[in-house]
Design a protein around this ligand. Structure first.
Ligand code: 8YV
Length: 317
């Protein structure tokens, strides 16, 4: 009999600090190292009491079905759209995520993309590296100062973005279906098309999932218009990527800063050829400080659950 607390299945590689802590206190099984997961689950599935995954890996109900004694799922990341919460609720399995600790990092990424796409930083960098400065001029960029920053999803990260954009002397507006937030002074739009029309920069930071699937479609992009930019630090699924590519190809919008895509890590080939698009590989929360804090919070949830039966940051499923 092991003196470790429980057998835990880890879905994919996670932060080294989390791996270390889990391996010290739990019996860890790495899903991605198991060749025949069905055969493995048939033999060992009943031992597994915890699953550690991420907002990128998600889970798979067919495999969870083979873990009859599963008690908890702990996810690395604030977004949990690839995890079927209705399924977990049906089995009475609680879920935790990592809210708050990544607000600053994701907001920084949104600002970085907004600045980069406005001031042509990616294009300028390529220009210098290619030796073009010697005999050509880079086209001018656009100032953020005095422009309208439209935020879709004024949650905790959205508010953190708003505060930083306001420091650049931008006017802040946001979309919320129905009523404005009573305690928020930014300009409210109850209609996304109207917010898009009013925005010079439309920043997406809503949760992914069926409720927001393709919320930004051809109509919203048309309303945003040829002088305005789209920034996505939410989920690729929030944008109809085909419509976005079409819009960018016909100069329907001025440009885009994209950290997330519909089929990561695949990025539509057309985007790779465009200078007015800044592309990053889902690095929203990707700083040393934030990933450490996320790793610590996941571990606090795993041990909180197995030590005291309590999650630190439960998701209501
Ligand atoms: C990823 C994120 O989860 O928190 C989220 O929702 O998208 C990210 O922080 C993280 O990159 C997973 O490794």
């Amino acid at each position: 009999m092991s003196d470790k607390k429980a057998d835990v299945l880890v879905w994919g590689p996670v932060h080294a600090a989390l791996t270390q802590n889990l391996e010290r206190d739990f019996t860890v099984h790495n899903r991605w190292e198991i060749k025949d997961i069905d055969a493995w689950a048939a033999e060992h599935g009943a031992k597994i009491r915890g699953v550690v995954t991420s907002g990128v890996y998600g889970t798979d109900n067919a495999l969870l079905d083979k873990l009859p004694n599963l008690q908890v799922v702990n996810s690395f990341g604030v977004g949990y759209d690839p995890i079927d919460t209705a399924y977990l609720a049906k089995r009475g399995i609680p879920l935790s995520n990592t809210p708050d600790v990544l607000n600053n990092a994701v907001a920084e990424t949104a600002l970085a993309l907004m600045l980069a796409v406005s001031r042509r930083i990616g294009e300028a960098e390529r220009f210098v590296r290619a030796g073009k400065w010697l005999n050509a001029k880079l086209p001018l960029g656009n100032s953020l100062n005095g422009k309208t920053c439209g935020i879709v999803g004024l949650g905790k990260i959205g508010k953190t973005i708003a505060k930083r954009a306001a420091a650049f002397d931008m006017d802040i507006a946001y979309y919320r279906r129905g009523q404005a937030y009573p305690d928020v002074s930014y300009t409210h739009y109850g209609n996304l098309i109207e917010l898009a029309k009013a925005s010079d920069y439309l920043i997406l930071i809503v949760p992914g999932g069926v409720d927001t699937q393709h919320m930004v479609n051809a109509e919203v992009l048309k309303a945003l218009g040829p002088k305005s930019f789209l920034i996505n630090v939410a989920r690729g699924s929030v944008v109809d990527e085909k419509a976005l590519v079409a819009s960018l190809l016909e100069s329907g919008i001025a440009g885009a800063g994209l950290d997330v895509f519909e089929d990561e890590p695949n990025v539509p080939a057309e985007l790779l050829t465009l200078d007015n698009v800044v592309l990053t590989p889902h690095i929203g929360s990707g700083t040393h400080e934030t990933r450490q804090a996320m790793a610590d919070l996941v571990f606090a949830n795993v041990s909180g659950f197995f030590d005291e039966g309590k999650l630190v940051t439960p998701v209501s499923v």
